[in-house]
Design a protein around this ligand. Structure first.
Ligand SMILES: [Zn+2]
Length: 448
């Protein structure tokens, strides 16, 4: 009985503790409110009006094909730039693709539409990137002539990127945010391969990539589930980047669930659910859906933290399908099948995360765990971040079997001793500012 009472008490304390520390930033709340389902709907209908956005389609027709579509996205970004006091700038970043005998049948100029909202702190070189793919496909990925509406795959991700750019470009952030409508996804993640390779070569400090692909439809085929209250975030476990080298640390410290992408996924869940009502962010412990791929993968392969955001249930009669009716089923990715309220919530979830990350101070530096003596308590030390004004730090703690952080301890110092054993818990440290914006967490390394 005494034990039961104690655990009930503990539960109550933990609950009230976590409630007291949840702080919403009014500026982010305001931006979330500005995301509009009507705006998302009108963008999707315009994208569909280009007939096809297949990467191999025409680039010279002013009304049809990938060329017209990317010019239109660029024109929207340029329109948003007018309200950004010169901080938002947009380009079509191109590269020439040669035929590969597979999904690229002829030489083409691939173009990603990239809008950059420059950070206001010149010392802050962090970049946060949101991505959706503008291109699409019919049943055959090389069919560049027939109609391919691509309202959900990936009109939904593309318009989420555009709507975030529209709302966020009126605000300023210390760090830089990049909004990308990628091309060549259906041809083999070619646009993201091009962009992530450039980022690597030029040493871009990308701290997070949110890849949005198929996020606006609320139902499954076959199982007939309808649900617009949950969205999935996929994150890799064992890192694709320097796998062997990383595996040693993972094995020694038991960090199977604490890679960069997994940390980002936890952050996306916490912040998404903090700012968006009636939306549960469901973490999936996989880089992507079973045996399938997406634009975050070229980034994770190069060592960046990148996740995939996708609707809870997919409807395969509407993905990669020629428009047709067969045995009473209508096939095709049409705009009337998108749930614009669901898409609004998923866009808000993205915005809240981008804004929170870009407003937060940098991650704390040199986060270490004292290991010179065997102790039952845990001493963590760190240094102030390189950029941003901190109010203090959160030490995050969870049991080794817990998917999510369970406790947050605040301190304004740069060390903390906790009466919990490092044998039994995982820890991480994040910086936090006056408005309650937290950096991504840093897992401590042993201090020897
Ligand atoms: Zn897609």
């Amino acid at each position: 009985m005494k034990k039961l009472l104690l655990s009930v008490l503990l539960l109550v304390t933990v609950r009230s503790f976590s409630q007291t520390i949840i702080q919403k930033d009014p500026e982010i709340e305001q931006m979330v409110k500005e995301i509009s389902a009507d705006s998302l709907r009108s963008y999707i209908y315009t994208l569909v009006s280009f007939g096809t956005r297949n990467t191999l389609s025409t680039q010279t027709d002013p009304k049809r094909g990938i060329g017209a579509a990317r010019n239109w996205v660029l024109s929207r970004f340029n329109e948003f730039a007018k309200a950004s006091s010169g901080r938002l700038s947009a380009i079509i970043d191109t590269t020439t693709l040669q035929p590969d005998g597979k999904r690229v049948t002829h030489t083409i100029l691939l173009g990603n539409v990239v809008a950059t909202l420059k950070g206001t702190d010149p010392a802050d070189n962090r970049i946060f990137l949101i991505s959706g793919h503008l291109d699409n496909m019919r049943s055959s990925p090389t069919d560049s002539l027939g109609d391919a509406p691509g309202a959900n795959d990936d009109g939904s991700g593309t318009v989420a990127v555009m709507e975030c750019a529209r709302v966020m470009s009126k605000h300023s952030f210390p760090a830089t945010i990049i909004f990308v409508a990628v091309s060549g996804e259906e041809q083999g993640l070619l646009g993201s391969g091009f962009m992530s390779e450039k980022a690597k070569k030029e040493n871009w400090n990308i701290e997070a990539v949110l890849n949005n692909d198929i996020m606006g439809s609320n139902n499954s085929n076959e199982t007939n589930i309808i649900d617009n209250t949950r969205v999935r975030v996929f994150s890799e476990g064992l890192p694709a980047f320097e796998t062997e080298k990383n595996a040693v640390n993972i094995r020694n410290l038991g960090l199977e669930n604490d890679g960069k992408a997994r940390q980002l996924a936890r952050y996306v869940k916490e912040i998404g659910e903090r700012y968006v009502d009636n939306l549960q962010v469901v973490m999936v412990y996989r880089n992507d859906r079973f045996l399938r791929g997406g634009d975050h993968t070229p980034y994770v392969q190069r060592g960046y933290a990148a996740v995939r955001i996708t609707e809870m249930n997919e409807n395969y009669t509407r993905q990669h399908q020629d428009l047709r009716t067969e045995k009473g089923i209508d096939y095709g990715d049409l705009p009337q099948h998108v749930d614009y309220e669901y898409l609004r919530k998923n866009t808000c979830m993205n915005l809240a995360n981008l804004a929170s990350l870009a407003k937060a101070p940098s991650m704390p530096d040199s986060v270490k765990m004292e290991v010179r003596r065997l102790t039952n308590s845990t001493l963590l030390t760190w240094q102030a971040p390189k950029t941003g004004k901190v109010k203090g730090y959160y030490i995050l703690m969870r049991e080794t079997t817990s998917a999510f952080w369970q406790r947050k301890f605040f301190t304004s110092a740069t060390e903390m001793r906790l009466p919990y054993s490092k044998d039994n818990y995982f820890f991480a440290v994040q910086s936090v500012n006056e408005s309650g914006n937290e950096s991504l967490p840093v897992v401590p390394l042993p201090a020897r």
